[in-house]
Ligand binder design. Structure first.
Ligand SMILES: Nc1nc2c(ncn2[C@@H]2O[C@H](COP(=O)(O)OP(=O)(O)OP(=O)(O)O)[C@@H](O)[C@H]2O)c(=O)[nH]1
Ligand SMILES: [Mg+2]
Length: 424
């Protein structure tokens, strides 16, 4: 028997401004559940433009206040980012806590963050969200003070300097967090530069949250991860992954690439979060190839793809080649695995699908690899050793002048060893 629902009941409400509204409200309900809450009533209003003071129209706010009493809820979740004064006014009218979409996503991220870096990034986003909102609580305090009959000017003065003080404290905290993040990232940056030098191609998994990115990553690492088979966290929930993981894959033909998995997207991802996670997301920005993973079984997959594309644009990723992976095909009745142009239809739980993903990924990433014949004098035996370790040696023959090899290798390696190429 299921014990009593431990989730906090809330009312969800959104303004229907036309575009993708059903999707947006369904997404809000999922976000609410990801935060251990449950929507017991969904209210909608059609308005062309939100009211500057209360976001919703007067009648709707009244309805909301009554619904809160009737449903006995203490929190109302609004499907948009509100201004500080809208939150304050709505709270005054409804007498319950108003949580906007940004506040909700920040709370989920705060609960999910595991690593030090993720925690600091969420902290930074929260502080930046709070900063312009400080005035609200401070002036509220001020109102209360004045209302309590305190001497007008004096308490106003105190209230204001308090706000200033808190703002300064938050400002200090922000620079402190930034500093700590910078320290942590120094080593990341060194690693990235090292990779740049080694010219190992990188592939980044991107896409909507819960699409199956980490599942694909784990499966590929299990197969091709050389001594780096550390698995990443997979769970059927929103924002399971908040940290970027990078793993090296080495294929049987010696070709190597770096695969990275990172935070999933959701529509209207708060700008403070995108800002704070920019460095984590830069793994995608620096990739040679993006694999966009889509939950093919989700009726909202088109909107989810649009969300992913918009978020990529927001973080400045515009011209990286991309392969779309329609995942979770096992939950649909379409055939898989299939390759249709730049699209793959697969299931991360199916070995043949993983083979197809690997094949396509390699074709794209190693497309400028070339096959050449080398003649390497016996004195330069170290070159033969290097090529055997780092390139796909297709044939080896010993002739009078040295070792003759047919090798498939990257252009960087070719430049290195161009002196040994047999020209005909
Ligand atoms: N049936 C089925 N389930 C899948 C498939 N791929 C992933 N899943 C499940 O979907 C859920 C989410 O998978 P994850 O790999 O954590 O998704 P993600 O894209 O990394 O999600 P975030 O880290 O939240 O962005 C898990 O419960 C997986 O087991 C698939 O091809 N078929
Ligand atoms: Mg994940």
């Amino acid at each position: 028997m299921e014990s009593q629902d431990s989730r906090t009941p809330v009312i969800t409400i959104g303004l229907d401004s036309g575009l993708n509204f059903d999707y947006s409200m369904a997404e809000l309900a999922a976000l609410v559940e990801a935060n251990n809450m449950i929507s017991v009533e969904e209210i909608r209003q059609s308005l062309d433009r939100p009211s500057p003071a209360t976001y919703f129209g007067k009648g709707k706010v009244q309805e909301l206040a009554e619904a809160a009493i009737e449903d006995d809820v203490h929190t109302i979740v609004v499907n948009d980012e509100l201004t500080p004064s809208q939150i304050r006014n709505l709270e005054a009218e409804t007498q319950v806590r108003i949580m906007d979409r940004t506040g909700l996503i920040l709370e989920i991220f705060a609960n999910r963050a595991q690593s030090k870096e993720a925690k600091l990034q969420v902290e930074l986003a929260k502080l930046q969200y709070q900063l312009p909102r400080l005035h609200t609580s401070a002036s509220q305090r001020l109102d209360q003070q004045t209302g309590g009959g305190g001497g007008g000017f004096t308490s106003r003065g105190t209230g204001e300097s308090q706000t200033e003080l808190t703002k300064r404290q938050i400002g200090k905290q922000i620079s402190h967090v930034r500093h700590e993040l910078k320290e942590i990232r120094k080593s990341d940056e060194t690693q990235r530069q090292q990779r740049e030098r080694n010219k190992i191609p990188t592939v980044a998994l991107v896409g909507y949250t819960n699409a199956g990115k980490s599942t694909i990553m784990n499966a590929l690492v299990r197969e091709f991860g050389k001594g780096e088979d550390k698995q990443v966290f997979v769970k059927d929930m929103l924002f399971a992954t908040l940290d970027t993981s990078v793993r090296q894959l080495v294929f049987p033909d010696q070709k190597k690439l770096l695969l990275s998995d990172t935070v999933g997207f959701v529509s209207k991802l708060p700008t403070t979060l995108v800002e704070a996670f920019r460095s984590t997301l830069s793994e995608a920005a620096n990739a040679d190839l993006l694999l966009q993973v889509v939950d093919f079984s989700d009726p909202n997959r088109d909107e989810m793809m649009a969300t992913t594309e918009q978020t990529l644009k927001d973080i400045g990723v515009t011209d990286i080649p991309m392969v779309t992976i329609y995942n979770k095909a096992d939950l649909t009745d379409v055939d898989y695995p299939r390759e249709v142009g730049d699209h793959l239809v697969v299931s991360a739980k199916d070995p043949a699908s993983l083979e197809l993903i690997t094949k396509v990924m390699k074709e794209k990433v190693f497309k400028d690899y070339v096959t050449v014949d080398f003649l390497i004098p016996f004195n330069d035996g170290h070159v033969v050793a290097y090529l055997n370790d780092h390139a796909d040696v297709k044939s080896t023959e010993y002739v009078a002048e040295g070792t003759q090899l047919t090798v498939e290798l990257s252009r960087t390696d070719l430049e290195h060893f161009s002196q040994y190429v047999i020209s005909d």
